[in-house]
Design a binder for this molecule. Structure first.
Ligand SMILES: Cc1cc2nc3c(=O)[nH]c(=O)nc-3n(C[C@H](O)[C@H](O)[C@H](O)COP(=O)(O)O)c2cc1C
Length: 445
């Protein structure tokens, strides 16, 4: 007990004894004894608890470690890290989104802060005769030969489901899509009423849980699918095979997070975990995948239909390519997600070490399609840390036709003016619920 580890504890005991003595001799109010009593009680609690080894070994002292850990991110972020250091997104990347979302000045004086001699530095070679473009609304037609082709922007909102994002975030993203004339991917949580509020173009993602088009036993319901897919707002259908942050994992939305609205949107019961299995129950082979894609396309009335995946074993993608040649069934598009992608939640091992990063995955998909002579007929989308126009250009240069961003749009949503408007409107409603009194003016939106 005389070890230095207990020094703080002994100091607290001595302080308690001294305060008690002073209080007993009327030199100190008994009130002040609260502090040493609390310290000794905390020390005794630390000594007897079995959760934290640090606190048991270093009663009282140990709390400093937790305090410093608590403020560590802020200290690193504000004082230690460089603007380009942080992962997954640097301060420089986040700042440019904030500035552009607020329409603030985003140009930079004085020159680049990047080390242009660094090994991984990337650049584009410019031309002495830059092309003149008539429109900056860059678009590409997906499924040109289908009944309902879609003219797609080259920059869109990547899949993030209602459930992983709040209703306000979904509405803000969809309004952005509407105003900017780009597409908003529902993510696997299906299409909620919040996706419909502003009428921005929707890509409906169908994952292994078949949310929004499932029977009670979790299997695919063609009838429910056809009903929702027919909505004019739905422009394309995307079968999700995997996503970069957790390929092959599936997912769980815990029962505690399932609100009545989420349950209604997904078509799942309340009070039970909502499971996305690791694989689809509708198919189990490349040929089966293509037949499913074709079936969805027919059920949707000829809307472009494709699939999203993060590349794993190359030969599995080659298997899909072989099935395309054998069956003649082609997806209208393939979205390649990089292992560097984000998620609502995933185990660390999956996030850090499973799946092929975007550049390698995209090159594999693009080159395979070129090699089998189908590249002209299948569009390729790509996602993985798209923030600036350079990220888009680079990705288009190595084979994509368009890109999607998820987390980049999340940064923008945090301070999107529409959100402020929504907040003001809610505040206004809230204020209006307060009974009016004479002489009290209520705020107006
Ligand atoms: C909060 C969140 C939820 C996501 N939910 C889905 C999803 O439901 N379906 C899906 O295919 N991808 C999902 N993703 C992955 C993104 O669509 C995207 O592929 C990935 O994050 C890479 O893009 P980013 O680097 O721009 O974030 C989600 C990502 C985030 C951050």
């Amino acid at each position: 007990m005389l070890s230095r580890r207990y020094l703080a504890m002994w100091c607290a005991v001595i302080l308690l004894a001294a305060c008690a003595l002073l209080a007993a001799t009327h030199h100190l109010s008994w009130f002040w004894i609260i502090v040493p009593v609390a310290l000794v009680a905390l020390g005794l609690f630390d000594l007897t608890q079995q959760r934290h080894a640090i606190l048991r070994n270093y009663p009282l002292w140990g709390h400093f470690r937790f305090l410093f850990e608590f403020i560590r991110p802020e200290i690193r972020q504000y004082f230690v890290e460089d603007d380009t250091d942080e992962k997954p997104f640097s301060r420089a990347q986040r700042s440019i989104v904030y500035q552009r979302a607020k329409n603030d000045v985003d140009s930079r004086p004085y020159g680049t802060e990047l080390d242009v001699k660094a090994v991984a530095h990337e650049w584009i070679s410019h031309s002495l005769a830059p092309t003149k473009v008539d429109s900056h609304d860059f678009r590409i037609v997906v499924g040109p030969d289908r009944a309902q082709p879609y003219s797609m922007s080259i920059f869109n909102v990547s899949a993030m489901s209602f459930g992983s994002l709040s209703a306000n975030a979904i509405m803000a993203l969809n309004l952005g899509a509407k105003k900017g004339n780009f597409a908003h991917d529902t993510g696997e949580g299906s299409m909620s009423k919040y996706h419909r509020e502003h009428g921005g173009d929707i890509i409906w993602e169908i994952a292994s849980g078949y949310f929004g088009c499932r029977n009670d036993d979790g299997t695919f319901s063609a009838e429910k699918f056809a009903r929702q897919a027919a909505e004019p707002q739905v422009k394309m259908i995307e079968v999700k095979l995997s996503q970069g942050a957790k390929p092959g994992h599936g997912g769980v939305l815990p029962a505690a997070k399932i609100t009545p609205e989420i349950a209604e949107t997904r078509g799942v019961p309340m009070g039970r975990d909502c499971i996305s299995p690791a694989t689809h129950s509708e198919f189990s082979s490349p040929r089966g995948l293509l037949e499913f894609v074709d079936r969805l396309r027919t059920l949707s009335g000829g809307k472009p239909t494709g699939f999203k995946l993060c590349i794993g074993h190359p030969w599995e993608f080659f298997g899909i390519a072989k099935a395309m040649l054998e069956t003649g069934i082609l997806p209208d598009f393939i979205v390649v997600d990089g292992a560097e992608g984000g998620t609502g939640a995933a185990p660390l091992e999956f996030t850090d070490h499973v799946g092929v990063p975007l550049q390698e995955g995209l090159l594999l998909v693009h080159n395979t399609l070129v090699g089998i002579g189908l590249r002209q007929r299948i569009r390729i989308g790509a996602s993985g840390k798209m923030i600036t126009a350079f990220d888009i250009t680079k990705t288009l240069a190595i084979g994509a036709d368009w890109v999607n961003a998820a987390r980049g749009f999340m940064f923008a949503v945090v301070i999107h003016p529409k959100l402020l408007q929504l907040f003001n409107r809610s505040l206004f409603r809230l204020l209006n619920m307060i009974p009016k009194r004479d002489g009290v003016m209520l705020a107006t939106a």
